[in-house]
Design a protein around this ligand. Structure first.
Ligand code: CO
Length: 444
């Protein structure tokens, strides 16, 4: 063990999650693949897949999951006997990237083919240049009887967005404005290059049968460990696959004697969540309603279960940046390897009550927490907790792991924090939080 565990004693945590996290990220290049990765993990753990279009019959003591639109997934453990409430953790499975448009080939001088792309989410455009990229997503393929979706991952260094030489742009180090329709189109090949043919071949289907697709560029680089004491990690999509990985790991580890535990991984957080499968949809409330229905709960019992539930909205937070320490709030500063961040902002769902309950759970589990606020003159991003609350309103706290360079294709975080998060979420999942009167919570 080469990393002294911060405020904890050396050897306290097994740092076995690092490579597993990198594997998880590598097998989840798009939200579709995140769901596929989760599906494999859950099926391997004995869970049963349910379909929203079909009736649900739930056996006591079993685990289930359902996906919506192939890109969001909700898993839950159905208790052995009656339940009182839901213990929910909700991260997101999408990340900012380039989406490859249809008919993407643009020929240049009869010598090059580049791809027409658009931006998905709040990208740092300039950081995507000069690194090999691949493409993944889904193809919608014609069949005898209709249409089917086929996952596609080209899994090779396929194209690259070449940067402009400093000799052709002397101002480059004084700040450059990039135009996503002009400056960031990736170079695919020579004049004959055919992107869809490559994608179809890699998925084992005929190009002529592809009716439509959702394909995205992604950074293939595997995560790495760095730092004097190997205390940092860098990898693509730590926002928010670090939380998604932690959530499913904790979900599978923990058992709750009285609550239905729920792991909800949403798509489309990076574009505002307002899709059929995003957090700002009926997906979570529909699943909770169906679990209640399958249990024979009355309408009043269902409302009581929801009111007594608790949600961790899990999305990464900004750590203090070593070169821009002044960009963080003067008194609420989060650091890599300092523990789970509890995020406060008017755009988050956290309030003093939910923050206190979560911090108390972490305290009992000996997991350090840090408090995050934006600088008052720098409005931060929003996330999924408060949007989800407009559909199913329950006590919610926004949490995340501190990280640097959020929305870069290669982000940095603290290695120990993954262990903290798994431990915090496991403690949350195993806790029974009961609220007998307003704002009086008992945690056992
Ligand atoms: Co995020």
């Amino acid at each position: 063990m080469s990393i002294p565990a911060g405020p904890e004693k050396e050897g306290r945590f097994t740092l076995s999650y690092t490579e597993k996290l990198f594997d998880f990220i590598e097998s989840s290049p798009t939200a579709c693949h995140t769901v596929e990765t989760l599906r494999e993990i859950l099926l391997g753990a004995g869970f049963t897949e349910l379909y929203e279009q079909q009736p649900w019959e739930l056996e006591p003591g079993n685990g289930y999951f359902t996906a919506r639109s192939m890109t969001s997934l909700i898993a839950f453990r159905y208790p052995k006997k009656g339940f009182h409430a839901f213990s929910i953790v909700a991260p997101h499975g999408d990340a900012p990237c380039f989406k490859i448009k249809e008919s993407p080939e643009i020929r240049v001088d009869g010598r090059y083919t580049k791809l027409n792309t658009e931006v998905y989410g709040g990208m740092q455009l300039g950081l995507w240049t000069d690194r090999p990229l691949s493409a993944a997503g889904r193809l919608l393929v014609r069949t005898e009887r209709g249409v089917r979706a086929v996952l596609c991952d080209l899994k090779r260094d396929l194209f690259l967005i070449p940067g402009l030489a400093i000799h052709m742009n002397r101002e480059v180090n004084s700040g450059v404005k990039l135009d996503p329709q002009k400056d960031t189109l990736p170079l695919l090949g020579g004049e004959e290059a055919d992107f869809l043919r490559l994608a179809a071949e890699s998925a084992g289907v005929r190009k002529e049968d592809v009716l439509s697709y959702d394909l995205y560029a992604y950074n293939r680089a595997r995560g790495t460990v760095f730092g004097e004491k190997e205390e940092f990690i860098a990898a693509p999509k730590l926002d928010d696959l670090e939380c998604a990985f932690s959530a499913v790991t904790a979900f599978l580890k923990a058992e709750n004697p009285e609550n239905v535990t729920v792991c909800a991984v949403f798509d489309n957080e990076e574009i505002g969540s307002m899709t059929r499968q995003g957090a700002d949809s009926s997906f979570l409330s529909d699943v909770l309603a169906r679990v209640c229905h399958a249990s024979g709960l009355s309408e009043e019992e269902k409302l009581r279960a929801v009111a007594g539930s608790f949600l961790l909205s899990a999305d990464n937070a900004h750590a203090v940046h070593p070169n821009y320490a002044d960009k963080s709030d003067p008194t609420n500063r989060c650091y890599l390897n300092g523990g789970v961040a509890v995020k406060h902002s008017t755009r988050y769902a956290t309030d003093a009550v939910t923050a206190a309950v979560f911090q108390r759970i972490c305290e009992k589990a000996e997991v350090p927490t840090q408090t995050y606020f934006n600088r008052s003159d720098l409005p931060g991003g929003s996330t999924l907790g408060n949007l989800s609350n407009t559909h199913v309103s329950l006590p919610t706290v926004d949490i995340g792991l501190p990280q640097l360079s959020m929305h870069s294709p290669y982000e940095t975080a603290g290695r120990l924090d993954v262990e903290y998060m798994v431990r915090a979420m496991s403690a949350f999942y195993s806790s029974v939080i009961s609220c007998d009167r307003n704002n009086f919570f008992e945690i056992c």
